[in-house]
Design a protein around this ligand. Structure first.
Ligand SMILES: [Zn+2]
Length: 594
């Protein structure tokens, strides 16, 4: 369907883009120039667009939003509560003199104002009808209001007519009766933009408006309105339209336009529209134009995602996932991929910070996170559930630190990789606060009491043979001190002493090395003692090697530490934890977040 594309519009069987544009502009509500009260024919050229869109883009950009402007209250989606209230007021003839429509942009404030104008002025197909919630749409009043050319419906955009003089002009005319309609209706869009003097001038009229006059105000910023004005209007808060309802609406529009669209694509558009029909239809316009360019003519989810720049976001979420799951390879691959796509390292880490921030907000709020797509909402919600508050704060701190590093680094990519790897490793560490609490709980619950109860110092797990003699240890130290480090190490590792006497060593090999260490040891001992040693392999009971003895001692010490109730509780809480000897911990095991 080519309505959105002016160049292709000629071939189209439906209304041409030019026709739509003409109808759209004359029907466009909220043009800066109010239609003159005199019955000047509405010329398309006389209504410049109020939004600063580039001229070439503005035409396809607005067509759908104008074409599908609701013409009846039943076409106005998502505002049922307001419509019911209004219907009641009309049925009971209890209409206020002034109405105020509030809500974010694009929810239908101006459309509603027009509909109310129709409802109040409709005379029915036979010209006999009264005010109705169901304007006929065919009478002179209905059609001319829909086209924005009704002489008694005066529209004004306060954004460009803020002064007291503009208001005074209105007030002057209020005194005169309606020319042809039941009510003279003033629609003032963005009414909060009026100056204070303008409000004051308006106020007198609002206090005692003539019976034939109605004011319809619309505003996105109701907080900026003086209380004196608020108190004199009946207020309707128009809600953001829920995404599923929007998606349904867009599906309808696509059907009417003869455009094929994937359901997921419409749902992405609906989410990106953030509750605004107008914004959503604008995106849909673009999506249809893209689909036409592709040749297939089908609005596809992947394409819409690209168009809205959402592809990157899912890549960023994957990156965060790798970071938290500890998958270093996947993390680096994802970083490379993003870099290859032209994402700057600094932008990438900023994106991760933004993600962390939004997850934290979602966690605090405890409800569905704000995000343009269902997919993203689900992902953010999932992260918010999985991560603890402390984890998120630590993640933020680490990202902040990484951000500063990347910013000042000579090679930002390298710095980014290092910073992310550091975060990845830190993320695998148990959160200290959680660890402490968990261990306390387990220790308090008496978990560790039973196995450790027999005695304070449980028997070492490995049976230790008689320790190597002091003499042998001293001899090895001597060899070591003389600088013969290799031989000293061999003596520690491989020699199980059977007998050690003056200049005599009987030993077993501790391992299955095929070579014989005896010649080396003989020479080393000669250098150290100045004596020729008799060194031979023997059989029988041997002492453990120095190395075996040291390992057994370490194992015994570890067993003793592990038997401590607090430590047992810690291992129960974190089965994958490691017991690191103090020397090793000091050398390389310092917490990465310091
Ligand atoms: Zn009518």
């Amino acid at each position: 369907m080519n309505d959105s594309d002016p160049e292709l519009a000629e071939d189209d069987s439906g209304p041409t883009a030019a026709e739509l544009e003409a109808a759209g502009q004359s029907a466009l509500f909220g043009d800066p120039a109010p239609p003159p009260p005199a019955a000047a024919p509405a010329t398309p050229d006389s209504a410049p667009a109020s939004k600063p869109a580039p001229a070439s883009a503005s035409q396809p950009y607005r067509v759908l939003a104008r074409k599908y402007r609701p013409q009846t209250f039943s076409e106005l989606i998502g505002q049922e509560a307001m419509v019911r209230t209004l219907a009641n007021a009309i049925a009971r003839d209890r209409l206020a003199h002034a109405f105020l429509m509030t809500g974010v942009r694009g929810v239908g404030k101006t459309s509603t104002a027009r509909l109310i104008a129709k409802a109040l002025n409709c005379i029915g197909p036979d010209g006999q009808g009264g005010p109705t919630i169901d304007p006929c749409g065919v009478c002179e009043a209905c059609t001319s209001i829909a086209e924005g050319r009704h002489i008694d419906v005066i529209e004004m955009d306060a954004a460009s007519n803020t002064g007291v003089d503009d208001v005074r002009e209105i007030i002057e005319q209020v005194r005169y009766a309606a020319v042809s309609a039941r009510y003279k209706i003033y629609i003032i869009d963005e009414v909060h933009m009026l100056s204070r003097n303008a409000f004051n001038a308006l106020l007198k009229t609002l206090e005692e408006p003539p019976a034939h006059v109605k004011f319809l105000f619309a505003t996105t910023e109701v907080d900026k309105l003086p209380v004196t004005v608020l108190s004199r209007t009946q207020r309707f808060d128009l809600r953001r339209i829920p995404a599923p309802l929007l998606a349904e609406h867009f599906a309808n529009v696509c059907r009417l336009e003869g455009v094929e669209a994937e359901g997921e694509a419409l749902s992405i558009i609906a989410n990106a529209a953030e509750g605004s029909v107008r914004d959503g239809l604008s995106i849909l316009d673009q999506a249809i134009a893209h689909a036409d360019l592709d040749g297939e003519g089908k609005v596809a989810a992947a394409r819409v995602r690209d168009m809205l720049g959402l592809a990157d976001k899912s890549a960023q979420r994957r990156l965060l996932g790798h970071l938290l799951s500890g998958d270093a390879k996947a993390l680096l691959a994802a970083v490379d991929e993003q870099y290859a796509l032209g994402v700057e390292p600094l932008a990438l880490i900023r994106a991760l910070m933004d993600l962390t921030h939004r997850i934290t907000l979602a966690q605090v709020a405890g409800d569905a996170p704000e995000a343009p797509t269902e997919e993203e909402r689900a992902a953010l919600g999932d992260f918010a559930k999985r991560l603890g508050a402390a984890e998120l704060h630590r993640l933020w701190q680490l990202l902040l630190k990484g951000h500063d590093e990347v910013r000042t680094a000579p090679d930002p990519l390298v710095s980014l990789q290092m910073a992310l790897l550091r975060i990845l490793h830190a993320a695998q560490m148990p959160d200290p606060g959680k660890l402490a609490r968990r261990i306390e709980q387990l220790a308090a619950s008496g978990f560790a009491a039973a196995p450790a109860g027999e005695g304070a110092a449980p028997a070492p797990t490995a049976p230790v043979a008689a320790a190597p003699s002091q003499d042998w240890a001293a001899l090895v130290e001597q060899v070591d001190a003389s600088g013969q480090l290799r031989v000293a190490q061999m003596m520690r590792d491989r020699v199980r002493v059977i007998e050690l006497g003056p200049e005599r060593l009987v030993y077993q090999q501790a391992d299955n090395f095929p070579d014989d260490p005896a010649p080396d040891i003989r020479e080393a001992l000669f250098k150290v003692t100045g004596k020729r040693w008799l060194i031979e392999r023997g059989a029988g009971e041997a002492q453990p090697s120095l190395r075996e003895a040291a390992e057994a001692a370490a194992a015994a010490e570890e067993a003793r530490i592990r038997a401590d109730p607090l430590v047992m509780a810690a291992f129960e809480a974190f089965p994958d934890a490691e017991l690191i000897p103090p020397a090793k911990a000091a050398a390389g095991g310092s917490p990465p977040w310091n």
